[in-house]
Design a protein around this ligand. Structure first.
Ligand code: FES
Length: 682
């Protein structure tokens, strides 16, 4: 990029008149870039010459405030520099004006206005770097990442046309961008053209002041324009799941999340899981557009939701990224996914797709685009690509198993040498569906369960209440939300606790030892079976019945069998690390997942919940253009295993129906949990 012109400096500053030979040293921290420049150069121009990463939207006009630096005073013997305040020009009128209007720390200078008068050491704070670093803080935080969005803003002050200069508006903009910012071969979206004239000539007289901010996508296409200086634009990262649609609204310049939203996927009325929806389409020819409209309506509602929360206009959203399983991916694009339900399950497209938001009926900025992360296979979609991008198994030396748990489990196994992926049909039991007292994770849902092995009396904890049920204040605290059912993490825990306490055996059978269950308040004989009462409310008994246990066994066996197939294919008998992703994975206690035998044996400290990793992947792709190339190339080399036709899947599945497994040992688990040898009721 060419250095932008240092077109505005304070005329009020009385600068010493250096001789042409007068040079000064400058060192930039933390990069360590250094050089010598003629006295009288601006700090920003020196930075540009040295390739120092300093942001600038206004091209040195003291408008954007992105170029701030701090002078480091003192002796820097390592560099042979005595850096002094007087070695930069005085704080001038332009900076004072900027500081009065926008506010600026006293120790900061606008590097476009600060003139080098002598040797200096200058610090470039993180918020002034173009490629500022995002640092991982927690499970849902994104990995260390250089912010480098595909859409960038440029502030321009343009000469007005005259009878002697009738250059068209677009050429005026393009010429300035090329001259000041080195952007070659620019083109423009036609919606940009429709709004350009009004932005340039904004004002009552339609004369305008010809100061505009333009948004350029991929350093190539002019997509949006605003009169004057535009401080921020936004991007929306969305995870379209089978059950829920969730998104984060981010400032594109900083990566900051300013609003989050989510809702149920309205397609649920066409079937709870993917295969039901594809079956619906197979049986109802020509109905794919109905499902497409349904999910696009949810996306439109999500946009409205986050804009309302952040108090911004949807026209300030200039880019969106989207992850979804192949069926959702195709339906969002308006592609009939029926073929994904039939062997050989071919995708219509497996590369990343960029499409104008307006072509998906989304009311973002008219020039905004939507980027859908690439799909991997017919049952392994862009959501798995997002998981890979955020968790980085392809960059690790360790054999990592990542499981994204939803209505299907998508599994990825590997390291930087090789990655293999598959999808396994767990069904919706982990999300609380197909469970007699099941419900989705929401306030009032039982999410934690402990059962006293002696008395078989349970303690529970519900979402929205911090207290356990044996706390004397529990009833009062929980009164407003109630105890409404069991969510996915709760059902995992109750089944595992029932196993640990001997109420069910390793085959999942509830024991009906007549003499001990008589009149037990939590064990209800039901024909030849037993039901376990977890909680009683005034009008409802929340219990676990044999079919619930069966549903969890089927789901966990599917998950485990997928992992075994991948381990076979990889030629390994253990994994170094297990990462559980997905909304459900965020709440699950990993110990209980292993007690059930849902995941392979692994050192418990190496099993982690990583939150909504697919959604995090969408955020990464939103904030960094480079990662789109990265994931595209990684996805190309992911090998696929098709569980539906794998001969060993059925054998693994049968063994995995047992708790934790009929044949596979769990030595790491047995080191921390005493598994029951035989099951006996009190
Ligand atoms: S570059 Fe915009 S204020 Fe300095």
């Amino acid at each position: 990029m060419n250095p932008p012109g240092n077109t505005s400096s304070d005329s009020s500053q009385a600068l010493p008149k250096p001789s042409s030979a007068e040079m000064a040293k400058i060192v930039f921290l933390p990069s360590g870039h250094r050089g010598e420049f003629p006295v009288g150069s601006s700090v920003l121009s020196a930075a540009r010459n040295l390739g120092v990463d300093i942001d600038s939207v206004c091209g040195g006009r003291a408008v954007c405030g992105r170029c701030q630096v701090t002078l480091c005073e003192g002796e820097f013997s390592k560099h042979g520099i005595a850096s002094k305040l007087t070695h930069l020009s005085a704080y001038g009128e332009t900076e004072k004006k900027y500081s009065q209007i926008k506010g600026m720390n006293a120790d900061r200078r606008l590097s476009c206005q600060a003139i080098i008068l002598g040797d200096v050491v200058v610090d470039v704070p993180p918020d002034s770097q173009i490629h500022r670093q995002m640092v991982r803080k927690g499970a849902d935080e994104i990995r260390d990442l250089q912010i480098d969005p595909v859409v960038q803003l440029f502030y321009l002050e343009l000469p007005k046309p005259s009878m002697s200069d009738q250059t068209c508006d677009l050429s005026r903009v393009i010429e300035r961008l090329t001259a000041e910012w080195g952007l070659p071969n620019l083109d423009a979206d036609f919606r940009f053209l429709q709004t350009l004239s009004a932005a340039l000539r904004a004002g009552e007289t339609y004369a305008g002041d010809w100061k505009i901010t333009v948004a350029v996508r991929l350093k190539k296409t002019l997509i949006a324009v605003w009169p004057g200086f535009k401080e921020d634009v936004y991007g929306l990262a969305v995870d379209v799941g089978t059950t829920t649609v969730a998104g984060h609204l981010c400032k594109l310049g900083s990566g900051e999340v300013v609003a989050s939203g989510g809702m149920m996927n309205p397609q649920i009325r066409f079937g709870e899981d993917l295969m039901s929806r594809i079956s619906y389409l197979q049986q109802n020819e020509g109905q794919a557009p109905v499902l497409t409209n349904s999910v696009r309506k949810a996306l439109a509602d999500l946009v409205a939701q986050v804009c309302q929360e952040a108090l911004i206009s949807s026209s300030d959203i200039v880019e969106m990224t989207l992850v979804g399983n192949p069926t959702m991916h195709h339906l969002v694009l308006g592609i009939d996914p029926t073929q994904l339900g039939m062997e050989p399950f071919p995708l219509v497209v497996d590369s990343g797709v960029s499409v104008l938001a307006r072509d998906l009926d989304l009311q973002l900025n008219p020039g905004a685009s939507v980027y859908l992360l690439p799909c991997i296979a017919g049952h392994v979609g862009g959501d798995t690509a997002g998981v890979i991008l955020s968790q980085g198994p392809h960059t690790s030396d360790e054999m990592t198993l990542v499981i994204d748990v939803g209505t299907n489990a998508e599994l990825v196994l590997g390291s930087k040498n090789r990655l293999i992926a598959c999808s396994s049909p767990t069904g919706p039991a982990f999300e609380g569906a197909q469970i007699s007292s099941g419900q989705r994770a929401a306030p009032g849902a039982i999410e934690r369960v402990r059962i006293d092995p002696q008395t078989l009396v349970p303690r529970i904890k519900v979402i929205g209440c911090e207290l356990w049920s044996d706390d004397p204040n529990f009833a009062t605290e929980v009164a407003s939300i109630g105890v409404t059912g069991i969510c996915g993490s709760g059902i995992i825990e109750v089944v595992a606790e029932l196993f640990l306490s001997g109420v069910i055996d390793e085959t999942g059978r509830m024991l009906a030892k007549g003499h001990v269950i008589h009149n037990h308040p939590h064990l209800l004989p039901k024909g030849r079976n037993v039901e376990y009462v977890l909680y009683r409310t005034a009008d409802r008994v929340i219990k676990v019945i044999p079919s619930d246990i069966r549903a969890i066994q089927l789901a966990k066996a599917a998950c485990y069998s997928g992992a075994k197939l991948l381990m076979d294919e990889m030629g390994v008998d253990h994994v170094d690390k297990v990462l559980l992703a997905g909304a459900f994975g965020s709440y699950i206690d990993v110990k209980y997942a292993m007690i059930l035998g849902m995941i392979p044996d692994c050192e418990l400290s190496r099993v982690k919940s990583v939150g909504n990793a697919a959604g995090t992947g969408a955020r990464i792709a939103l904030l960094s253009a480079a990662t789109r190339k990265e994931i595209q190339s990684v996805v190309r080399r992911v090998e696929k295993v098709e569980t539906a036709i794998a001969p060993k899947f059925q054998d693994y599945f049968v063994s995995a129906m047992n708790l934790p497994n009929a044949v596979d040992p769990f030595p790491n688990l047995e080191r921390v949990v005493q598994l029951p040898k035989t099951t006996v009721c009190v």
